[in-house]
Design a protein around this ligand. Structure first.
Ligand SMILES: [Ca+2]
Ligand SMILES: [Ca+2]
Length: 182
């Protein structure tokens, strides 16, 4: 069980300018904005890990994160304001050629499709960027997940059984750490 005290933990180390913590696997979301600069980028780090047992964080009887290793890391992006297209890029640290990306250009409330990297447990980075000098706001959603649904069938990227996602150990202290905020 993740405590409210932990939820309020603020990571303020040099490279940890912000941290997010949702407490539920359905809300691993990074809410941010990109400055009026074509090269602006936000970069985040998180990791996929194996819980020793299934986790029901909110006690509602529904498992929020399952035990067992992740099959993949998935993410999608929803641009919420601005005229630009925003791009979400994900990659597994230490795995060459492991990058993938997806973009969203509309402010219609709908996120992009999920993009995935099937690189198992370990450290991942995800970044949000744009290519024009506009101010953009976004909501990036990320998950570590198994390749199956809770019922055991195959699941599409972004709709598998969620597994351990976070930084700072097991249990984690935050869903992710923001490394660069521009
Ligand atoms: Ca639950
Ligand atoms: Ca930012």
């Amino acid at each position: 069980m993740k405590s409210q005290t932990v939820k309020r933990t603020v990571l303020s180390a040099l490279l940890m300018s912000a941290a997010g913590f949702s407490g539920t696997s359905s809300a691993h979301e990074a809410l941010g904005s990109l400055a009026n600069n074509a090269s602006a980028i936000d970069v985040y780090h998180t990791s996929c890990f194996s819980w020793a047992a299934d986790q029901d964080f909110d006690g509602d009887g529904i498992i929020d994160e399952y035990s067992g290793p992740a099959a993949r890391f998935v993410g999608r992006i929803n641009k919420t304001a601005g005229n630009n297209s925003v791009k979400l890029s994900i990659a597994k640290i230490g795995v060459a050629g492991s990058g993938a990306s997806v973009s969203d250009s509309s402010n219609n409330g709908n996120p992009s499709a999920f993009v995935a990297r099937s690189n198992g447990n370990g450290d991942y980075v995800f970044a949000v960027s744009h290519t024009n000098a506009n101010t953009n706001s976004y909501l990036a959603e990320i998950h570590c997940e198994r390749s199956t649904t809770p019922a055991g069938g195959a699941a599409a990227n972004g709709f598998g059984a969620h597994t351990g996602t976070g930084v700072g150990g097991n249990p984690p202290v935050a869903d992710f750490t923001q490394i660069i905020n521009q």
